[in-house]
Ligand binder design. Structure first.
Ligand code: IMP
Length: 190
């Protein structure tokens, strides 16, 4: 069964395809002729995931899903949240984002944070959402060079290393995205 994933990121595509399994042929935006950037103007992760999935459905009529992820820091009232990619600048400047996060939490004792991934799935025109969450803490300095984004600052609960210090397999087995994709698989196989 063909299903469109609202991404052109090959890394995300292979991660999701590996979990969801061979009953579904997951294709990217480019493969269905969507080359423009889909507007992500929502105020929340849930809204953005939904906007992207609906855009694909309206343009193709195909079953599809879209994801949106953010880092939610308790002491910052959930920021950077939906603005995680553009926290410090308009670009996806991971180093600047990490510097800003450390500066905002300077002297703050409460380091609690969580990554949250929301996936909006549209099947036969009906939309539903699943999510994956991993709780943790923001470190006081960057550690590790694996992964991407906020990984060098995020210590998942129950561990004493950051995501950037873990192997990709170890991170994927407990990560927000890994959990959201597992939930997606369950819904798809119902
Ligand atoms: P996206 O919705 O997957 O594009 O994620 C939005 C932003 O959240 C990224 O640009 C990163 O800054 C951050 N992010 C998402 N997933 C991760 C992760 O697994 N580790 C670290 N940062 C992440």
């Amino acid at each position: 069964m063909k299903i469109v994933f609202a991404t052109n990121n090959q890394h995300k595509l292979s991660e999701v395809s590996a979990v969801v399994g061979s009953d579904f042929e997951i294709v990217t935006l480019r493969e269905v002729g969507i080359t423009e950037d889909i507007p992500e103007t929502g105020a929340t992760l849930d809204e953005n995931a939904s906007l992207k999935a609906r855009y694909v459905y309206e343009h193709t009529g195909l079953d599809c899903f879209a994801d949106d992820t953010g880092l939610e820091v308790e002491a910052l009232n959930g920021a950077p949240g939906v603005r995680s990619a553009r926290y410090a600048t308009d670009g996806h400047d991971f180093a600047a984002n990490n510097r800003k996060l450390l500066a905002e939490l300077e002297g703050v004792d409460n380091r609690k944070a969580r990554f949250r991934t929301v996936i909006s799935l549209i099947r036969n025109g009906v939309e539903q959402q699943v999510e994956g969450i991993v709780e943790g803490d923001i470190a006081t300095a960057e550690a590790g060079c694996g992964g991407f984004g906020y990984d060098p600052l995020f210590i998942p609960k129950g561990y004493d290393v950051t995501f950037a210090e873990m192997s990709a397999d170890e991170k994927n087995s407990i990560s927000h995205r890994g959990r959201a994709v597992a939930a997606l698989k369950e819904v798809l196989n119902k």
